[in-house]
Write a protein that binds this ligand. Sequence first.
Ligand SMILES: Cc1cc2nc3c(=O)[nH]c(=O)nc-3n(C[C@H](O)[C@H](O)[C@H](O)COP(=O)(O)O)c2cc1C
Ligand code: SF4
Ligand code: SF4
Length: 252
Amino acid sequence: MNAIYLSGTGNTRYIVNKLLDELGRKGTVLPIESEDVKKAFGGDEIILAYPTMFSNIPYLVRDFINKNQNEWKGKKIFLITTMGLFAGDGTGCAARLLKKYGAVITGGIQINMPDSIGDCKALKKTAEQNKVIVKKAEQRVAEIAKKMKEGRYPREGLSFWAHLAGLFGQRLWFYNKAMSYSNKLKIDGNKCVGCGICAKGCPTQNIKITDGKAVASSQCTMCYRCVSYCPRQAITLLGKEVYQQAGIEKYT
Ligand SMILES: Cc1cc2nc3c(=O)[nH]c(=O)nc-3n(C[C@H](O)[C@H](O)[C@H](O)COP(=O)(O)O)c2cc1C
Ligand code: SF4
Ligand code: SF4
């Protein structure tokens, strides 16, 4: 079972690997931004995984599905989305698009994980609370894997009711936020020391170092990796101040 994932702060990557471990299955597991990502298109079944964003797919994932539209015909896809609180039909959004290109959706899971939006005060938890969230997620994934081994695949986020919940719960109000790349990334030049961590880690190559300072462009998929790993807390996106830098390694 191969897997392709987008993971800004590591939650989604963690869940993908945990599920494969629990299933006892090996395969090519690659981040969506990898140059070799097409190697993961082979095999009998592919996991496609990403963080929920505004009960929607991150734009990079949508772009990836569309750009590779000829690859999906007849492919079996299992969808994983991770979320901070509420995903609605987070898996369903990708499922509908993939089905349009001929993919067969074998199932989906939506897993609660620590919130990754480090520059908004809402939803912030302590490290201890986040560790508990991750533990519960691990337990859920173990239970899910047990059922999958018996051929019982979950279909979280794929029903008509989940579609309605996602649409009315969030997507109608935030629709535009996830339907293009963002040009809203802000880098405080006074704080930035030009270390390049943000530029190196960005999955869309949206940041360049120019004259010793990081400069953002307009291709941000809002993954929050740069916000979370900047050693000077110089980067913000939806908010104006960094309250908490996320990162799965802090909670495992
Ligand atoms: C821009 C943005 C929008 C988000 N929207 C939602 C949301 O609608 N519902 C939710 O439960 N979590 C939301 N989250 C939280 C992430 O989905 C969650 O923390 C996820 O596990 C992060 O995964 P990652 O570490 O693999 O990037 C959002 C995060 C970001 C950065
Ligand atoms: S990670 Fe932070 S300090 Fe380093 S280059 Fe990027 S913005 Fe500057
Ligand atoms: S600029 Fe930052 S938040 Fe935007 S895609 Fe790149 S790493 Fe993610």
